[in-house]
Design a binder for this molecule. Structure first.
Ligand code: PGA
Length: 249
């Protein structure tokens, strides 16, 4: 079993063209010094410009969401095929901010992940419990249920990444203990082993996300079942993003 670590930047709704291109250029310039896989997911408005700014580098390009259908009367939406057309290789689906802000259910996330696979994209499927769910001892059950509902039946380890992002750790500066992160990731691997088999479970990359910074990346990225990070705030500073990647072998 060997899983190449992946550090993914989720820029969320941040950046105009000038800043976004400068950030992408800085990440691309520093990427040759890193050993892990790198991914940047800018807002849809910047995908094309960021792709151009990073072209020829080893940083992959991704989006933050896609619509389940290929085309049609869905004003404002963007399909997975359109993202491929822009040069994307990855798309994040089911981020907790979309589950909360847009009422996305596990069924919706499943359909988006399927759309990503149909188009040839790697889906980064996000799961994670709320603070109340963790306090109530429900964290593992909630995450298993989200995986069960969001992970397409025919998903392959080659076209799927699963990100564990406890909702209460996102943008808060708080993280679970390393023991809790490792326990959750081991539980996730056991969950997908039961549904998708041991080969999938051994190969699929499980990212941790939620207040990952250069200062805590070393201990988090050193955990047995953590195969990288989904980074929000710190991905907006090239030096911080690259420093996080520097903790991955
Ligand atoms: P954060 O966001 O690193 O700012 O906590 C992580 C995410 O939402 O992907």
């Amino acid at each position: 079993m060997s899983r190449t670590m992946l550090i993914a930047g989720n820029w969320k709704m941040n950046g105009l063209a000038v800043d976004g291109v400068a950030l992408a250029e800085a990440v691309a310039a520093g990427s040759s010094a890193t050993l892990c896989d790198l991914l940047v997911c800018p807002p849809a408005t910047l995908i094309s410009a960021v792709g151009n700014a990073m072209s020829g580098s080893r940083v992959a390009l991704g989006a933050q969401d896609c619509h389940p259908e290929e085309s049609g009367a869905h004003t404002g939406d963007i399909s997975a095929e359109m993202l491929v057309d822009l040069g994307c290789d990855f798309v994040i689906v089911g981020h907790s901010e979309r589950r909360a802000d847009h009422g996305e259910s596990d069924e919706a996330v499943y359909a988006k992940a399927q759309a990503a696979h149909r188009a040839g994209l790697i889906a980064v499927i996000c799961v994670g419990e709320t603070e109340a769910e963790r306090d109530g001892g429900q964290a593992e059950a909630v995450v298993a249920c989200q995986i069960g509902g969001s992970l397409p039946e025919n998903a392959k380890a080659a076209n799927t990444v699963i990100a564990y992002e406890p909702v209460w750790a996102i943008g808060s500066g708080r993280t679970p203990t390393v023991e809790d992160v490792q326990a959750m990731h081991a539980h996730m691997r056991a969950t997908v082993s039961a549904s998708h088999g041991t080969y999938f479970a051994d190969q699929v990359r499980l990212l941790y996300g939620g207040s990952v910074k250069p200062g805590n990346a070393s201990e988090l990225m050193g955990l047995t079942d953590v195969d990288g990070a989904l980074v929000g705030g710190a991905s907006l500073v090239a030096g911080d993003f690259l420093a996080i990647a520097g903790h991955c072998s």
